[in-house]
Ligand binder design. Sequence first.
Ligand code: AR6
Length: 172
Amino acid sequence: METGQIKVIQGDITRLNVDAIVNAANSRLLGGGGVDGAIHRAAGPELLEACREIGGCPTGEARLTPGFRLPATHVIHTVGPVWNGGRYGEPQLLASCYTQSLNIARDNNFSSVAFPNISTGIYGYPKQQAAEIAISTVKNYLRDHNFSAEITFVCFDQENYAIYQALLNKVG
Ligand code: AR6
């Protein structure tokens, strides 16, 4: 499904042939479960080595590596907030993940970027609220920076996919 340059699909982000896929990492950048584990398995051990050299990433920030054995050329690693009820800056930190990832994409002239549903797995962010932040942050960024990359939201689970479809079908 497509809304201008933003589209949503259901599937495995490690399969996508884009300029960059975004990884929902942790602040050590040394791999983990969920989408992070899948990306490291598909990219091969060189990715862990590249992440080790970076030395970590604070919550809400993003870092770039090559994609190694992935079909995607690059991986943008960003660290989402752990959900603690919403009064610990979680919305701002989650928005910052999308903004900083897009800053990297823009600085590197990427024309296609795919995002997973950051923080909505192991980190427990409520899916509806996370999707609203993800979509509004990306839409505003593309508009405000006149950035015309194709953005794909890759939903792994049916619940997120339904939420994204409903939100992207709304006018505005
Ligand atoms: N492709 C796309 N999305 C996926 C895939 C995949 N292959 N696998 C899972 N998802 P999570 P978080 C979805 O838990 O909540 C790791 O251990 C999943 O359904 O991967 O940000 C890190 O190292 C969910 O919607 O990331 C951190 O310690 C979304 O990806 C911690 O988990 C995010 O779920 C980060 O937790």
